[in-house]
Design a protein around this ligand. Structure first.
Ligand code: FAD
Length: 268
């Protein structure tokens, strides 16, 4: 495991980026320097939220990192109201991030909802490594899309959007776009799928990856307590090479897992 830092981060910016979502930039030099795509940070949100809340790195800017937050409960609500100059205890980088070896030549990133956040950092790393990259982003409607697709396009990532209702892209689940992509673009050596989003979306991505014999990494953003492997609340079922199953901890064994190692039928 690489070094983990306990820092007091200062809020540098905090802006609403979509309905129910904000982007928070935190100055924390040690964590920003060590953060890798797919890893996360535990943030003390204050108030009555005793346990720190996990958020994936979305971007590193100098000595700061950014997280994209979907506001769902007390911790994320407090975070959305954090003011410039506020100090927040943060712990990170945590977990096993995406594997980016030289063998990855072509990448397809599939993100759903707040799972889009970590794909931004991944996309930037892929482009820096000269990997031809496509992003397929899905959200409820265009007002809830937490990342402007133009930002990805500008750095050379071909980006498509799917919305469940309204305008702004393909209407339907983002996995429709993946299916269409995989049917159209013949398999090439070194292609890798990377996905982050809700369980149902990831299960469908894993199914398509298996059908098309594509390697696929997923980020499992399980509910978790400690984030450091002690409390076991983020256990998820994975297959062993002999076909049996075991539990792994999303916080320290993941959150990145290979799609074909996860038992997708272990839950609804
Ligand atoms: C590794 C990891 C990375 C994450 N990255 C991001 C990110 O980049 N952006 C982001 O917005 N969120 C992310 N999350 C989810 C985020 O941590 C939770 O939304 C947050 O902890 C909720 O805190 P809260 O106090 O606002 O809500 P709480 O009051 O704790 O919960 C409100 C409701 O949400 C449910 N809930 C809480 N956590 C989760 C969860 N992880 N999955 C499903 N339901 C949950 C609760 O059961 C409850 O119903 C990540 C989670 C993990 C484990």
């Amino acid at each position: 495991m690489s070094d983990i830092f306990d820092e007091t981060a200062t809020v540098e910016s905090n802006e609403a980026v979509a309905v129910g979502h904000c982007r928070v930039r935190l100055h924390a030099p040690w964590i920003a320097a060590a953060a890798q795509p797919g890893q996360f940070v535990n943030v003390q949100c204050g108030g009555r939220t005793l346990l720190r809340r996990p958020f994936s790195f979305s971007r590193v800017v100098g000595e700061s990192f950014e997280i994209v937050v979907r506001i769902i409960g007390e911790g994320t609500r407090r975070l959305s109201k954090a003011k410039l100059g506020d100090d927040l205890p943060v712990l990170g980088p945590l977990g096993r991030g995406f594997e980016l070896t030289g063998q990855v030549k072509r990448a397809v990133m599939i993100g759903g909802g707040c799972g889009i956040g970590p794909l931004e950092m991944l996309g930037r790393a892929l482009i820096e490594n000269d990997v031809e990259t496509t992003a397929l982003l899905g959200c409820q409607n265009q007002d809830t899309l937490p990342l402007n697709p133009d930002e990805l396009q500008q750095i050379g990532i071909e980006t498509s959007v799917a919305v469940m209702t309204g305008k702004g892209g393909h209407v339907g689940p983002v996995t429709d776009l993946l299916e269409e992509y995989l049917d159209r673009a013949a398999s090439v050596e070194g292609r890798m799928l990377f996905a982050c989003g809700p369980w149902g979306m990831l299960r469908k991505v894993a199914e398509l990856a298996e059908q098309h014999e594509e390697r696929c990494q997923v980020l499992l953003e399980e509910m978790m307590g400690c984030g450091m492997g002690a409390c076991m609340s983020c256990a998820c079922e994975v297959f062993l090479p002999d076909g049996g199953t075991t539990n792994k901890k999303a916080c320290t064994d993941g959150p990145m897992f290979w799609a074909d190692e996860v038992n997708w039928n272990a839950r609804d």
